[in-house]
Design a protein around this ligand. Sequence first.
Ligand code: ADP
Ligand code: ADP
Length: 213
Amino acid sequence: MNVVVLLGPPGAGKGTVAEVLVGKGYIHVSTGDLLREQIRLETPLGIKAKKLMDGGQFVPDDVVVGMIRDLLKDSAFGTSYLFDGFPRTLVQAEKLAELLQTLNGTLEKVVLLECPVETIVERLIGRRTCGKCGSVYHVTFNPPSKAETCDVEGCELTQRADDTEETVRKRLKVYTEQTAPLISYYEAEGLIQPINADQPINDVRADVIKVLG
Ligand code: ADP
Ligand code: ADP
C-alpha cells in the first residue's frame, strides 16, 4: 500500500487537486468528508464532531486515527491512497507512521500546497459543494455552468457552516499552531514536495501530477 499526503492550509485546494488524481488510480480519503458523513447520519461521533468543526476546532486525534486505521486495515495489496486533511497534528503523523509500519505500507510523498492567507480567505468564503457527489466549486474561480447548481447532479449547491470569514480565520490559526509543524517533520524525512497553489486550478493540478510522476 502506498500513501501520498496532501498537506496545506484549509482552502489551499487539496480537494480540488484530489479530484483529478482519482482518475489516475488514487483512492481519495478526506477525513473532513468522512466526518461530514457522520454528521449527516447523525451518529454519536457526528454529533460531537459537528460542534468542534462548526467552531473551527479539530476533532480529537484518536477519532481520526481510528477512522484511518479502519480504512487501511482491509486494503488490498498495491492500493494507492491520497490523504487529504490527514495527518493534521504531529500525534496523527506519528500514528500514521506506526500504522504503515504494521501494515507494510509506504508514505511516498507529502505534497505541500502553498498559498497566501488572503487568497485562502477569498477561496473559502466563495466555496460551494455538492452534498450528493462532493464536487467542489467556487462562485468566481470555478463556477458551475448554472449558478448554485451542481453540474453532475443538477441539485442545489451548499455552503459549509465553517466557511464564514470568522471561522476561516480561526481555522487558519489552528493550522499554524497544530498542522504547520508537520512541514519540518516531513522535511526532515525528505518527503516534502512544495507546490505553488496560488495559480489557476489547472496549473496547480498539472504541477502536482508532475511531482507524482
Ligand atoms: P478544509 O477544507 O478546511 O481543509 P476539511 O474538510 O479537511 O477542511 O476539514 C473540516 C474540519 O474537519 C476541520 O476543520 C476539523 O474540524 C475536522 N477535521 C478534518 N480532518 C481532521 C483531522 N485530520 N484531525 C482533526 N480534525 C479534522
Ligand atoms: P481544501 O480542500 O484545501 O480546503 P478546496 O479544494 O476545497 O480546498 O478549495 C477551496 C476553494 O477554492 C474551492 O471553492 C475551490 O473551487 C477553490 N480553488 C481551489 N483551487 C483553486 C485555485 N488554484 N485557484 C482558484 N480557486 C481555487
